[in-house]
Design a binder for this molecule. Structure first.
Ligand code: ADP
Length: 492
């Protein structure tokens, strides 16, 4: 396998990406394509399932072509994906019966209230590691079965299949031969018993979801099928899949218990590897499967924030305050502080540790002197405050301090944000050279399965730190944090 490479397909919330990696974890070529965000109503978010697949296929072909590569140069494909996003399609025609309902979508908030009112919170948390929230796939499937004409009858007759995005991509790529999900993605459906590693019959019964539409759950690293010849000219084995946040944890080589990473992407996600045992949170964090590797299943504790870098997109696209996301850094630095302004970007409710699907965003502390630079700075600072809240919750759950704070995701390129984050946390932050850790993680999972990499140590050696951010110890920090918590109270 000397001259071979691994292809990572990274199907994100706003774009589909393909990155081809070599044995040292270096990028050989890449391609990316944005796709449509569909907002049919306030709080609803959808994607076109066909567009997800077509954009992913297109970038895979582009990455091959721009690297001067053919299918035969690829040892294996690894897939990582936006999690929880729910597709239901016709087994025969391969056509989705409805748009993909995206993780951010809040349409099932009332149904979740009903489940909570029945007192199911504790038992669902015990079985699935999750809180009852519209975020997860279960109630989204239920919505499709209830609202798409004939969907329930057809699902019960075995005509419809459900999948999260990796399941959909694998099913399409293998010409409908593999209907599988990996454990990490399965653990985000709120239907999967994370201890027994199987779909939970009681939950399926309560939600009235037929088991026959569910994929087979398999380890995250292992052979999952071969792509149909039509796509790349020759078959390529698919050997790995994991949800984006779990893949990033793997890509940061957080293989040992206690190792963690925080991602600043569209949303913000802190994950800590808790080893072979699930840890239950008392602070609003989720217990989830990190990955299944060989015969072992690793668990993670997760803090999920729905809007992180997306607040910068909002400044750019809706308010027009900045031309590019990167400009936010210079503007934020042009003032000493936000002048008392806070933005709480609860656009689609609040995730961890608050969990309020009805919360909406606020900007507080505006005066006549507030300028756009204060607003931009407040938006970046909000990303750091949200992360601070997650870190505190995680430390309280574990009863000890986080050891090494590693970051990734598009917005961690912002040095102002990283400096402010180090200040809030009062600890060093480590930024790797390759912040595309999500796709790297998917590549590693696939490459380990097919023998491209021998062991975790091979991978750990690839990890390089770009920069360490150190706190200065500003005396104002506690008051700033207090102000943030006052602002959060105003979202409800
Ligand atoms: P995802 O994989 O979730 O689509 P990425 O990891 O690519 O997201 O990160 C993109 C997000 O990061 C966008 O929301 C964008 O607004 C934000 N972002 C990118 N660069 C910067 C920057 N220099 N400063 C602040 N935010 C940024």
């Amino acid at each position: 396998m000397r001259d071979k490479y691994i292809m990572a397909l990274d199907q994100g919330t706003t774009s589909s990406r393909c990155i081809i990696y070599d044995r040292k974890g270096r990028m050989i070529s890449r391609a990316q394509k944005e796709f449509r965000q569909i907002f049919p109503r306030e709080g609803w978010v959808e994607h076109d399932g066909e567009e997800i697949f077509e954009s992913q296929l297109q970038v895979a072909r582009e990455a091959l072509a721009s690297g001067g590569l053919e299918a035969g140069s690829i040892a294996a494909i690894g897939i990582t994906n936006q999690r929880e996003t729910t597709l239901v399609w016709d087994r025969k025609t391969g056509k989705p019966v409805y748009n993909a309902i995206v993780w951010q979508c809040r349409r099932t908030a009332e149904f979740c209230d009903d489940l909570k009112a029945e007192g199911l919170d504790d038992i669902y948390r015990e079985k699935t590691g999750l809180l009852i929230d519209p975020y997860f796939s279960a109630t989204k499937i239920r919505w499709i079965l209830d609202n798409v004409p004939e969907a329930r009858e057809r699902a019960e007759a075995g005509e419809l299949l459900f999948g999260t995005v990796e399941t959909w991509l694998i099913w399409k790529l293998t010409g409908g031969r593999s209907h599988v999900t990996d454990y990490s993605n399965a653990s985000r459906t709120m239907l999967f018993n994370i201890h027994e590693l199987k779909w939970d019959e009681d939950i399926l019964r309560r939600l009235d979801i037929p088991a026959c539409m569910l994929p087979e759950a398999v380890p995250s690293s292992g052979f999952m099928g071969e792509t149909s010849e039509e796509f790349f000219g020759a078959p390529i084995p698919v050997c790995g899949a994991a949800g984006d946040q779990q893949a990033a944890l793997f890509g940061q080589a957080c293989f040992r218990e206690g190792e963690m990473k925080n991602t600043y992407g569209t949303g913000g996600f802190m994950l800590m590897n808790t080893g072979l045992k699930p840890v239950t949170s008392g602070k609003g964090l989720l217990t989830t499967i990190a990955w299944g590797l060989g015969d072992e299943v690793y668990y993670a504790l997760e803090g999920s924030v729905f809007v992180s870098g997306a607040v910068i997109q909002w400044l750019r696209d809706e308010l027009g305050l900045i031309g590019t996301a990167a400009e936010s850094e210079e503007l934020a630095r042009s003032v000493d502080s936000t002048g008392g302004v806070y933005i709480v970007p609860a656009f689609t409710g609040l995730g961890a540790p608050y969990w309020d699907p009805y919360a909406r965003g606020v900007i507080t502390g505006i005066t006549r002197g507030t300028g756009k630079e204060h607003i931009v700075r407040a938006a970046l600072e909000a990303m750091a405050y949200q992360t601070y809240d997650l870190a505190k919750a995680m430390e309280e759950d574990l009863g000890r301090e986080i050891q090494s704070f590693r970051v990734d995701g598009g917005a961690c390129a912002n040095n102002f944000l990283m400096e402010f984050q180090a200040e809030l946390l009062g600890r060093e932050i480590y930024r790797p050279v390759c912040i595309e850790t999500t796709s790297l993680g998917a590549a590693y999972l696939a490459g380990l399965a097919c023998g491209y990499w021998e062991s975790a140590d091979d991978i750990r050696n690839n990890l390089q730190i770009d920069r360490i951010f150190t706190p200065r110890g500003s005396a104002e920090t506690p008051a700033l944090i207090e102000g943030w918590h006052e602002a959060v109270k105003k979202t409800t």
